[in-house]
Design a protein around this ligand. Sequence first.
Ligand code: SAH
Ligand code: SF4
Length: 340
Amino acid sequence: MQKINLLGYRLEQLIELFQQMGLQKLDAKRVYPWIHVKRVKDFDVMSDVPLSVRDFCKEHFSLDRGKCVHRQISRDGTQKALLEMADGEKIETVLIPDDDRMTVCVSSQIGCAMGCKFCHTGTQSLVRNLSASEIIGQILFWQDQCDITNIVFMGMGEPLMNFESVESALSLLLSPQAHNYSRHRITISTSGIVNDSFLKLAELGVPLAISLHAPNDQKRNALMPINFRYPLKMLLEAAKEYRRISNTKHITFEYLLLKDVNDSREDAIQLVRLLHGLACKVNLIRYNDWPMSRFARTSEDRVNAFAFELKKRGIMATVRQSKGDDIFAACGQLKTQIIS
Ligand code: SAH
Ligand code: SF4
């Protein structure tokens, strides 16, 4: 029988599980901080938990972070790990060291059903959602090796299509009795799913990044099929609402520059018009190539010219430094490699 992984259980869920299995509420309350504050991997070291309970836990539960079956380190220090889940499926998780930050990029699904044309993950259809335990497991995997300061949900998958797990994971990350991250140290990136989860996420107050990538519906439809369902007008209205509810300073829009597709001066001007009146920031992303892709990277000059056009018209714009592209750990390059 597969052991139950406890990493994704919120305190009230852990208490319920323990009671269902004949343990005491107090046992759950004692085990919980060992998992999320001291972050131990082993029930044996939980010194204030009765021995008989520790034995029971060892038999029925696990604190596995996933088995690391492959690991790569990039020239710039970015690390990518391929983690094998209990059912044998594999996911990628990335650690990005920066001046004073250690950022973990987590996956929320195995594969992705959104099918964005420029994304390597999007070429792999959805295999399954990750559980909250599997999401927390990725963070603890890196936390076991260094102190994590920031978490971005920008790995494989669309977080808002697996909101139940993402919400549980977020509540553990934000809870002062568990991981106690400030909400400002977490970012969720979405392709723009404007459903109920979108507003629930706003209520948690977590900063949002929206993958925009186009200045009008026609271009966005061609790149991101999700735009047929949630076109720009709807998306931008929801973004305004998100900012209001979450009380965040601004919404970040990610804009991936693709050579001769969405990187002209006219595109920049249209983008400014589109974002008029919205407290926002545009994060320009350089395209990361992958085998068989039909897109190409915009030149450095063009990237800078695009940023200039935005700034000139009063839009805050930054260019994201791509990390780890030599090991295929950069945005949009994640795809589970089959290791034979
Ligand atoms: N599914 C979510 C989060 C994961 S992707 C989303 O789409 O927002 C994280 C970011 O990488 C997104 O902005 C995505 O559009 C971008 N991305 C996808 N493919 C890329 C590529 N080939 N090069 C650079 N960025 C890419
Ligand atoms: Fe999925 Fe995001 Fe890739 Fe689109 S960009 S296919 S939503 S992971």
